[in-house]
Design a protein around this ligand. Structure first.
Ligand code: XIL
Length: 386
């Protein structure tokens, strides 16, 4: 049984925005001042929810407008790339923690939490590791020890400073992959080399290194984005088993990458998040963006007016799905602005997917989220988010 989606009508939203009493000022804004009362983070705080962004280490500090927005608008940050394996251990045994350390320090100075991302993933592995595994100079037994060491070293390095860790990323099959009977991706690098038992072990190793961090499984298309619930069901059944076996998994991250050309079933999104919550797990939206076709890649102008309307709708529905599920503890956009998004480089002809435009000006999607948070702050719907 799942609650039906219920939200205040637009008129009430507008009234709330105008009448909202000044939010308890949250310290941590740019320059160390209070954050704006109508910022996403201040409004979300009133609902015991954190709203976040992925942060590009190269822009933090270097781009003042960008840095100010990160500080003022968001209460949880994810390193977009700087905690990935290729970034932290580019040569075997040669660690470079500096960019990730800077972000964690920035977060602590600005009253923000950190989502650590990510420990076991098939992408953005260092070349020394993939080459060694491919040519046999790293045996599977050694690879297992290397993974164990990597998880232990990275989680220990940041012990006590990470709120949620994406321990395992994207190991389930999509419709275009080859699936094992339980829906895991048989072609996944880690499953191929080490077998599926390594998933549970990754969570155990992370838990040993930082018993207080919340440990997440993170993936995309696990809330019906492809029009089916196949991947959701596989993940649901699998994590239910992990829980029954006492594996220390605390949450599910739904990445939330949407594309206006595919449509979006908001009710299913909410229901699936709720189903994970009902397993006793926390949930989070971890990488939200809504891409669309653009007719000017540099200026990031959407091709049709329709797309420009669809985006705030879909962003808003994703956020509301989280707001309506008590176990949803954070909502994170995958980047601050369209000038710094992975979308144009990954999806040909698409872009315009974030909350701020190429000039760092807030877009309709930003104002949609602001309204949703203002309304939610006045609702009685509160979960175990602190
Ligand atoms: C992306 C980054 O945004 C890019 O900068 C990088 O080149 C590739 O990875 N799912 C994830 C993220 O879990 O780590 C990915 O981030 C986007 C898809």
């Amino acid at each position: 049984m799942h609650p039906t989606r219920r939200f205040a009508p637009a008129a009430a939203m507008a009234a709330l925005l105008v009448l909202a009493p000044s939010a308890a000022a949250t310290a941590g804004g740019k320059g160390g001042g209070p954050v704006p009362a109508d910022s996403l983070r201040a409004l979300a705080a009133r609902q015991h929810l954190r709203v976040g962004t992925a942060v590009d280490a190269a822009q933090l500090g270097a781009n003042q407008a960008y840095t100010g927005l990160v500080a003022d608008q968001f209460s949880v940050v994810t390193p977009e790339n700087s905690m990935k394996w290729e970034a932290v251990e580019p040569t075997r045994g040669g660690y470079d923690w500096a960019p990730a350390d800077q972000l964690v320090q920035f977060a602590e100075q600005h009253g923000q939490e950190v989502r650590g991302h990510t420990l076991m993933w098939h992408n953005q592995l260092p070349a020394w590791l993939t080459a060694g595994a491919a040519d046999g100079t790293i045996s599977d037994a050694q690879l297992r020890d290397i993974l164990h060491q990597h998880i232990t070293d990275e989680v220990s390095h940041f012990r006590g400073r990470i709120w949620q860790w994406d321990v395992v990323n994207e190991v389930f099959a999509n419709s275009w992959d080859t699936a094992l009977p339980n829906g895991l991706n048989s072609g996944d690098f880690w499953i191929q080399h080490l077998g599926q038992g390594v998933i549970a072990d990754a969570f155990r190793w992370a838990h040993q290194a930082d018993p207080k961090a919340l440990l997440f499984y993170n993936d995309y298309n696990i809330t019906g984005e492809d029009g089916t619930n196949t991947k959701f069901t596989a993940v649901y059944d699998y994590v239910k088993q992990l829980r029954a076996q006492g594996v220390p998994i605390d949450g599910i991250g739904e990445q939330g990458h949407l594309d206006t050309q595919y449509g979006f079933d908001a009710q299913r999104f909410q229901n699936d998040l709720q189903a994970f919550g009902d397993l006793g797990l926390k949930v989070a939206v971890t990488e939200a963006d809504v891409r669309t076709n653009v007719d000017n890649a540099t200026a990031q102008v959407p091709t049709s007016q329709l797309a420009a309307f669809a985006q705030p709708y879909e962003f808003s529905e994703e956020l509301k799905g989280c707001q309506l599920v008590p176990q949803c503890i954070s909502f994170t956009a995958w980047g601050v602005y369209d000038g710094d998004s992975w979308i144009p480089g990954t999806f040909t002809g698409e872009g315009y997917g974030l909350l701020y435009d190429v000039n760092l000006k807030p877009k309709p999607a930003y104002f949609a989220l602001q309204q949703d948070l203002a309304v939610g702050a006045g609702s009685a719907h509160r979960g175990d988010r602190d």
